[in-house]
Design a protein around this ligand. Sequence first.
Ligand SMILES: NC(=O)c1ccc[n+]([C@@H]2O[C@H](COP(=O)([O-])OP(=O)(O)OC[C@H]3O[C@@H](n4cnc5c(N)ncnc54)[C@H](OP(=O)(O)O)[C@@H]3O)[C@@H](O)[C@H]2O)c1
Length: 323
Amino acid sequence: MITCGIVGATGLVGETMIKVLQDRSFPSVSFHPFASDRSEGKIVLYRNIEYPVEILRPEAINKGMILFGATSANIAKNWVPMCIEAGALVIDNSSAYRMDPDVLLAVPEINGHLITGKESIIANPNCSTIQLVAALNPLAQLGRIEWVSISTYQAVSGAGTPALEELKKQQDGTLPANTADIIHENIITSIGRPDEGGYCGEEIKLMSETCKIMGMDFPIFAATARVPVRTGHTEAVVVKFDKPVQSDEAAGLLAEAPGVTVSESGSSPLIVEGTDIVIVDRIRNNPGAPSVLQFWVLADNLRKGAALNAVQIAEAVIAKRNI
Ligand SMILES: NC(=O)c1ccc[n+]([C@@H]2O[C@H](COP(=O)([O-])OP(=O)(O)OC[C@H]3O[C@@H](n4cnc5c(N)ncnc54)[C@H](OP(=O)(O)O)[C@@H]3O)[C@@H](O)[C@H]2O)c1
């Protein structure tokens, strides 16, 4: 008997989580949508049953309950400890616990073998990280990765409901914004304010989370940008190995990787939107640099980049617990 809940059920990730749980026939017997007091009583439909949105209170948490976190990091820090204390398993989408050395940061296809079933919290990586490691990890069989360079073209839905609403108002012309904030027909080259080293938060997440998940250590040169695409992150990746590599061998390894689809034709965010696949596209060798591979990686940031990966983590825990 599994009781599950989504904290942040009314947000973009929470709503996608509901779809993914339904699509995958997640074996829950009882469901609780939680959100802020702004949403209390609002109706959420799950498996054709109407559930009123609740405020997360200690009495709503049961031992063994699986709680999917889909709130911001600041909010997560308020509710996660209480739920762990009450004996729930939290699978959190926020950045709050990802780099905690005691917390597993999981992409089941890559480090799912580390899931024991006894965890009280497992962190879900950043959306841009999940699709990067989905492509990078199989390629580590080609040779030792010396460094990775990644440039991202990230969809607006990656910044949550308010960002999508703002995009719509900018498209309608009903929201005049400061030039730096305009995303409609524009590109924002710093996702969040840069730190003293010049890197923005999205770049730091890619650089730190990737190595933690893969259990390897190599430099990552990340440049992240927000583009006026609704859903679906696009990444241009360059990987330097310690020896010459072949693009067809790389394609062969990726074709075998679960959840990955290899393409040669040129993909777009519209192709991945609403799907569960990570597309690795146009894998190529530069003849002048035989130990370097270049390719594109695309995925739906709300599905494999968030909700799907979290549900896959829960499924792996359930399998370990023999529920
Ligand atoms: N969007 C993506 O592609 C993506 C990908 C990977 C990870 N993430 C991470 O996932 C998390 C959620 O992102 P999102 O895009 O879904 O954001 P969002 O659309 O802005 O949704 C935020 C959710 O948090 C809820 N919330 C706010 N304050 C709360 C409180 N005090 N108690 C309980 N719930 C509260 C909101 O409820 P109300 O509706 O009541 O305000 C809403 O359901 C973030 O940490 C984000 O970084 C997002």
